[in-house]
Each structure stands twice: as structure tokens, then as C-alpha cells.
Design a protein around this ligand. Structure first.
Ligand SMILES: [Zn+2]
Length: 119
């Protein structure tokens, strides 16, 4: 008799009302497009009952994005996404960059010729 009692109790585990709440695939959604100053369009999906924020961080570049495609929020003064390389490229002209590159290649070739680098 005692064994039968525990079997009934076990069958109730996991069969609560929580199971119904998680089947929410048919819940209505709304899609909102945000625009950042890099011309990225980011489609964000919200639940229909959710409050749509006026701005959203662009998932692609991290800049603030707004609902107004003609007037995206300006990028903040600090640009954390700008790499050191970007700064270097700004300071050097394309010609200089090409010279530096060909110099590096020439150095590499001469080293290879002299046997320092074996590839
Ligand atoms: Zn962006």
C-alpha cells in the first residue's frame, strides 16, 4: 500500500500549471526597426504588451539607435569601438601605408633570402 502512494505522488511532479505558461510560441509579437547613425537597421522583436523604448543600442555597433530613420541619435563623443588601427590609418596617407607595406615585404624577402626565415 505504501508503494502505491509514492507512485501517485511522483506522477504529479512536473505536471503543474507552469507547463502551460511555457508554451508561449503563439504569443503576439511586434517588430520595431531602430536606426543608428551608421545606417544600420536593427529589427527588434517585442511582446505586443511591451513598452517600446524610444531608443535602443544598435546590436551591430553599439551606438544609440532611434525609431526615426531620418534623425538617428548622434554618436557619443567617446568612441569606444574605434580601434588603435583606425587611428593609425587616419594619420597616415594611403601612399605612406603602401610604402610601409612594401618596405616590410622587402625586409621579409631579404631575410628569407639570407636564410633567417625558412618557410
Ligand atoms: Zn549601428
Amino acid at each position: 500500500m505504501a508503494g502505491g502512494g509514492s507512485a501517485i505522488r511522483g506522477s504529479r511532479v512536473g505536471a503543474g500549471p507552469m507547463g502551460e505558461a511555457e508554451r508561449g510560441e503563439s504569443a503576439p509579437r511586434q517588430r520595431v526597426v531602430y536606426f543608428c547613425s551608421h545606417d544600420h537597421q536593427s529589427e527588434i522583436t517585442f511582446a505586443v504588451e511591451a513598452q517600446i523604448p524610444d531608443s535602443w543600442d544598435c546590436p551591430r555597433c553599439g551606438l544609440p539607435a532611434s525609431l526615426d530613420s531620418d534623425n538617428p541619435p548622434p554618436a557619443p563623443r567617446t568612441e569606444p569601438y574605434k580601434t588603435h588601427l583606425a587611428y593609425v590609418k587616419e594619420r597616415r596617407s594611403d601612399k605612406e601605408a603602401a610604402e610601409i607595406l612594401s618596405e616590410a615585404i622587402a625586409t621579409l624577402r631579404s631575410r628569407r633570402k639570407s636564410g633567417d626565415i625558412v618557410l
